[in-house]
Design a protein around this ligand. Structure first.
Ligand code: ZN
Length: 328
């Protein structure tokens, strides 16, 4: 039975892109690997040219602390099979000052881990009359008691920096409007649930666009549910069709949160479980499919060898860039 089922899945995977070839989500979906999730490069993001991330540090101290950790994190990726054409490249301070938007800025923090996804082009503060331009940034910190964890976490953030999203936020694994399907999501177990939802109407929490159901609503108020709920399907790319199920989750992905992350009790109370309520631990190394995802992304037609940056006349942002760079 199991093998028959696999054949059916295989056949459907094989014909699906052909059947739906006209849809933009699927036009380039000719991949044989069954799992991963990445950004759809476009107006908001790009991929790093030549799959190389130029790095700048916010201080010499940050460099001393994080250089070795970031390189160790890259070695985890290479050990998982990532080609060495994917790389970090330390550039000199002058180059960092002159090209702040064409490199990734390493910021040392006390307790924050975060990274921009891919290479963000420009971000506009909504409602404001002038663009707020943020440098592409990766935020890291060191747990000196647990260097293995620190390196693994840096590897996760580098997955984001190259363009991968969280495995569990693949909309294929969720029902419509953030409903449970492959996973069970216990939003009320998030450590900031009580604080965030205090005084809210029931519908603003649990309704279709509530902060426990809709990633945009969650992100707007800085709720940690934004790191769990499914991404907006039109913003992402995955070879999964909408009917993906449990066996299609890459349980070994370094981009998959463990069940107990962000919980009110990280030892006993899960935030996300499988449908049968079982839980999983986090992965300490990138998986084969994490590597396959990055390779597919950078082999795709979106991976331009040369980018029109907004200080480039070919960029749609050129006029805007000129306008504001002259104000400075
Ligand atoms: Zn992450």
């Amino acid at each position: 039975m199991a093998s028959l089922q696999h054949w059916v899945v295989f056949l459907l995977l094989s014909i699906f892109p052909v059947v739906d070839a006209g849809h933009p989500d699927w036009e380039h979906a000719r991949f044989s690997s069954p799992a991963w999730l990445f950004i759809k490069p476009g107006a908001k993001y790009q991929l790093w040219p030549r799959s190389t991330i130029p790095l700048c540090y916010d201080s010499d101290e940050t460099r001393d602390t994080f250089h070795d950790i970031l390189w160790a994190a890259m070695r985890l990726w290479y050990a998982a099979g990532l080609p060495e054409s994917f790389r970090l490249l330390e550039i000199n301070r002058l180059a960092c000052i002159h090209n702040p938007f064409e490199s990734l800025y390493v910021e040392g923090t006390r307790d924050v881990l975060a990274s921009d996804i891919g290479m963000p082009l420009i971000s506009m503060r909504s409602g404001a009359d002038q663009p707020e331009v943020d440098k592409p940034t990766i935020k890291v910190f060191v747990d000196r008691e647990n260097l293995g964890w620190t390196i693994k976490s840096a590897a996760h953030e580098l997955g984001h920096a190259f363009g991968l999203l969280h495995e569990h936020q693949n909309p294929s694994f969720w029902g419509p409007n953030g409903a449970d399907k492959v996973f069970r999501f216990y939003c009320m177990h998030l450590h900031d649930f009580v604080e965030i939802t205090e005084g809210m109407y029931e519908d603003d929490v649990w309704g279709q666009t509530g902060v426990c159901r809709d990633i945009i609503s969650a992100e707007e108020i800085g709720f940690s549910a934004g790191d769990w709920l499914p991404e907006v399907a039109t913003d992402v790319f995955t070879p999964h069709p909408w009917w993906a199920h449990d066996s299609m989750v890459d349980w070994d992905s370094i981009m998959l949160y463990q069940s107990f992350s962000d919980s009110i009790d990280e030892d006993h109370i899960p935030v996300l479980t499988r449908w049968d309520t079982s839980t999983w631990e986090s992965s300490w190394t990138p998986s084969t499919l994490d590597v396959a995802g990055l390779e597919a992304m950078y082999e795709s037609p979106w991976a331009n060898p040369m980018l029109p940056f907004w200080n480039d006349i070919r960029s749609p942002y050129f006029a805007l860039f000129r306008q504001f760079s002259h104000c400075a």
